[in-house]
Design a protein around this ligand. Structure first.
Ligand SMILES: Cc1cc2nc3c(=O)[nH]c(=O)nc-3n(C[C@H](O)[C@H](O)[C@H](O)COP(=O)(O)OP(=O)(O)OC[C@H]3O[C@@H](n4cnc5c(N)ncnc54)[C@H](O)[C@@H]3O)c2cc1C
Length: 457
């Protein structure tokens, strides 16, 4: 961007938002420049903090006029450099758009600002006995706008599906600067034309900047229980999946492996949850109106000797402690060094073989690296974390993604494409699908100012 254009853009932004909302101080801009893993480092000249839909529209119109790339950013917890301005774009921080609308108990819906964190929305709707169908470990920082933009999945997909299934309406500023307010009253049935709100789900800030979301809510069950199940192998855990999925109220089926649990135990300074520690552990969470452990026990009886150990929890503190064995994995990995992330789906039939192959495949290109595998077993979604290679050495992730494609899986299960996986798009989706996506992008963002370099090269 020529400096003159950038200066004119920033002057216009100061006039529209107020000087205090246009930040160029490197100390304040710094945290917005890098991603959660620290692997991706951008160089934004400024961060803008709009506080209204009109502010966002003004920023987009100015960016078109001066040909400035914008990177929408929420909680900056994304793991594929989707919100990292690698090309020197200006960051648009949406966290001031954090209004929480009244909970519509009759419809079980709420409208919230795109910048509201998931945790804030959970507390807000929880007071009305309702919950958001998607939950994830980054809940204290991840925003609803970012979660819609990435079509986040998380821990409860086996019961409530991904973010797209929670979205009834979206308000957004598209790439031409026009504002759309799609289904603001949350009509459950509205078959008038294309599903533009659905299109914005998973668009990763490349088609529009989301300003608010009308969310479908789910009831909070009276009782919740979790069990940690030990299996002798990943194959045994996969074999148990149909039985676990059919437990009434099953809402999370998560996989961790012995190596990861040992790493977490060291990180959080706790004794191992099961002794001896089995190779594969599945955290099953069940929720319902009555004590859900009875239904779990019935499933365990049917699984017989393939379950080699169990630990159960029903009280909030014990539940949180059991969940730590799964949720502390990202932090425990990050504490060991820079983490390369591959978030993938593989068909369940090949999942055990994939888990067995990954460490050797990584070792071949990154000798001495630590490989951790964990994830959302119920969805066939695995997170492969590799610690050891330098930030710019993507060979370990590349071999993992090659294995995924060979299995007929997806190189991005729930984190999106961002900038990290752009090179894989053509192979994953095929040239015709990528051309169709380009056509959509060209129609909604004709000047290519919205998150340039993300999703599509
Ligand atoms: C510890 C940890 C656990 C996690 N667990 C999960 C998990 O279980 N499931 C899962 O799916 N993800 C998970 N994630 C990833 C991350 O939390 C999600 O991708 C989340 O949806 C990102 O939200 P955010 O507000 O931080 O978005 P950001 O990181 O700020 O942005 C992500 C993308 O969305 C775009 N974007 C952000 N806000 C807007 C907006 N208002 N309008 C348009 N585009 C926007 C950005 O440009 C970028 O492309 C985890 C991350 C961490 C660190």
């Amino acid at each position: 961007v020529p400096p003159v254009a950038l200066d004119a853009f920033l002057d216009g932004a100061r006039a529209a938002l107020g000087a205090a909302r246009v930040i160029t101080d490197p100390d304040v801009v710094g945290p917005h420049a890098t991603d959660w893993t620290g692997r991706w480092q951008g160089r934004p000249p400024a961060v803008l903090r709009p506080g209204s839909v009109a502010d966002v529209a003004a920023v987009v119109v100015l960016a078109r006029r001066h040909r400035i790339g914008l990177v929408p950013q929420g909680g900056n917890t994304g793991l594929v450099a989707g919100a990292t301005p690698l090309g020197g774009e200006v960051v648009v921080d949406l966290r001031r758009l954090d209004a929480l609308g009244p909970v519509d108990v009759a419809a079980a819906q709420v409208t919230v600002g795109a910048g509201a964190t998931l945790a804030a929305v959970q507390i807000h709707v929880g007071s009305a006995g309702l919950a958001v169908g998607v939950d994830l470990g980054a809940r204290d920082s991840a925003t609803i706008g970012g979660m819609v933009a990435t079509n986040a999945g998380g821990l409860h997909v086996v019961r409530h599906w991904t973010m797209r299934a929670q979205v009834l309406g979206v308000a957004a500023v598209l790439g031409r600067g026009d504002v759309v307010d799609l289904n603001p009253t949350g009509l459950v049935k509205d078959n008038t034309g294309y599903d533009l709100a659905g299109l914005l789900c998973g668009s990763e800030g490349t088609l529009g900047i989301i300003t608010s979301v009308r969310l479908r809510l789910v009831p909070v069950p009276a009782e919740r229980a979790a069990v940690l199940l030990g299996f002798a192998s990943v194959a045994d855990a996969v074999d148990a999946l149909p039985r676990l999925r059919s437990v009434p109220g099953a809402q999370a089926i998560e996989l961790v492996l012995a190596d990861g649990v040992r790493l977490v135990a060291a990180h959080i300074d706790r004794r191992l949850p099961l002794d001896p520690l089995p190779d594969a552990l599945v955290l099953l969470e069940v929720a319902g109106d009555r004590d859900p452990l009875g239904a779990v026990q019935a499933a365990l009886d049917q699984l017989g000797s393939s379950v080699v150990a169990t630990a159960a929890a029903t009280e909030p503190a014990a539940l949180a402690a059991l969940w730590r064995w799964r949720e502390a994995h990202p932090d425990a990995a990050a504490a060991r060094g820079l983490v390369h992330k591959a978030d993938v789906t593989v068909p369940l039939g090949g999942l055990a073989a994939f888990v067995a192959e990954v460490p050797a495949a990584v070792e071949a290109v990154a000798p001495g690296a630590t490989t951790l595998v964990y994830g959302h077993l119920g969805d066939g979604n695995l997170h492969v974390n590799v610690i050891g290679p330098a930030a710019d050495d993507s060979r370990a992730v590349d071999v993992v993604l090659e294995l995924v494609l060979a299995q007929g899986g997806s190189v991005s299960a729930e984190h999106g494409v961002g900038r990290a996986k752009v090179a894989w798009m053509a192979r994953q989706r095929g040239p015709a699908a990528v051309a169709a996506m380009r056509a959509v992008k060209g129609a909604l963002d004709p000047d290519g100012i919205l998150n340039p370099g993300a999703v599509l090269a």
